[in-house]
Design a protein around this ligand. Structure first.
Ligand code: UDP
Ligand code: MG
Length: 326
């Protein structure tokens, strides 16, 4: 039987302070391992020295592959590219900042050998993250769980092992608003978890500013659920009902009691409130329309600037060189 291959996917964005240590820790874990291991680093348009450092690593280690994006496409897209290029019988997704301890992968592989097809890491504790981050993350996972029809495990990030079958199934999902952990749940298969303690970032700072967190949350909610639309309809109905009652009150005041007040404050309040509601509902519609627009354009998910260390790729290069000589 051929030796099984494990692909380790690491999305990297401006991680010059940690990348060497990350690779060192990973290769330590998989020294003399019973599986073959390939490392796929996706350089997501880093603006620091990450590109150079990754190049050095790839030069000295034949099992390292690098996908260089032409610009920053975002964490979820980087993971997607890694999965597209991974050759392994199992694929592991792990952050570059050592918040997810590489040693946990060994437990994941054990579960995989027991027959599970997705093994996700469940965060028991989160170290060295701000109260705001932990609080928003906690709220988000619970909120998302209520909003969506797919069962999404809570307190679970992208750190996980997935079987080749699952990886192939996910390659067939062409959508652009990528919420990878949601897609993994959506495809199904036999899933289980291993628990771990999320460590402090080894160095550097988070590459997920509030703006990116909101985008990820939006992708999670709007691409897995129609509930916001239903909520909009529901709000509209409730408000219409109240408006109708109030309309009757006003008519009674006008025609029966003949008591017409000047009513500036109340009409302002009503008008402001309704305009607010209307804009929110429009915004919700806009989210979906915008997503439809993005999908319809059908642009590729990412553009690759350069591939380094891929076996077939090297052959191609040689071919090209040969052609030139001829
Ligand atoms: N990342 C990426 N592209 C981005 C932002 C982040 O590839 O646009 C990578 C980053 O290098 C890291 C992982 O995604 O490996 C998670 O990011 P980070 O640790 O900053 O997020 P946090 O752990 O703070 O949520
Ligand atoms: Mg992190």
């Amino acid at each position: 039987m051929h030796q099984k291959l494990l692909s380790i996917i690491v999305p990297v964005y401006n991680e010059q302070e940690v990348i060497d240590e990350t690779f060192r820790r990973l290769s330590e874990v998989f020294k003399d391992y019973f599986m073959k291991v390939e490392y796929i680093f996706i350089n997501d348009g880093s603006k620091d020295n990450t590109y150079f450092k990754l190049g050095q690593i790839a030069k000295n280690n034949p099992e390292v592959r690098i996908i260089n994006f032409a610009r920053n496409f975002g964490h979820q897209i980087a993971i997607t590219a890694g999965m597209d290029y991974a050759k392994g019988d199992a694929v592991v997704i792990i952050d570059a900042d050592l918040q997810d301890p590489p040693e946990v992968i060994l437990q994941m592989v054990e579960k995989w050998q027991e027959g599970y097809e997705v093994v996700y890491g469940k965060r028991l504790q989160r170290e060295g993250e701000t109260f705001f981050k932990k609080f928003t993350a906690k709220m988000f996972y619970r909120f998302l769980d209520r909003m969506t029809d797919v069962k999404l495990p809570v307190d679970v990030g992208d750190f996980r092992l997935i079987d080749r079958k699952v990886c192939d199934a996910m390659k067939g999902l062409p959508e652009r608003s990528r919420y990878v952990r949601g897609l993994v749940s959506w495809v199904g298969f036999k899933q289980t978890s291993v628990e771990y303690k999320r460590e402090k970032r080894f160095a550097g700072e988070t590459k997920y500013p509030l703006k990116k967190m909101i985008k990820l949350a939006g992708d999670g909610i709007f691409s897995f659920s129609y509930k916001p639309l239903k909520l909009a309809t529901f709000t509209g109905m409730i408000i219409s009902a109240f408006s109708f009652i109030y309309l009757i009150v006003v008519l009674v005041q006008k025609f029966i009691k003949n008591d017409v007040a000047s009513g500036w404050a109340s009409s302002m309040a009503v008008s402001l409130f309704f305009n607010g509601v209307m804009l929110i509902v429009l915004g919700i519609m806009g989210e979906y329309v915008g997503r439809i627009y993005e999908e319809v354009k059908a642009r590729p998910l990412y553009i690759i600037g350069e591939l380094i260390g891929f076996p077939d790729n090297n052959d191609e290069e040689k071919d090209n060189k040969n052609k030139k000589v001829n």
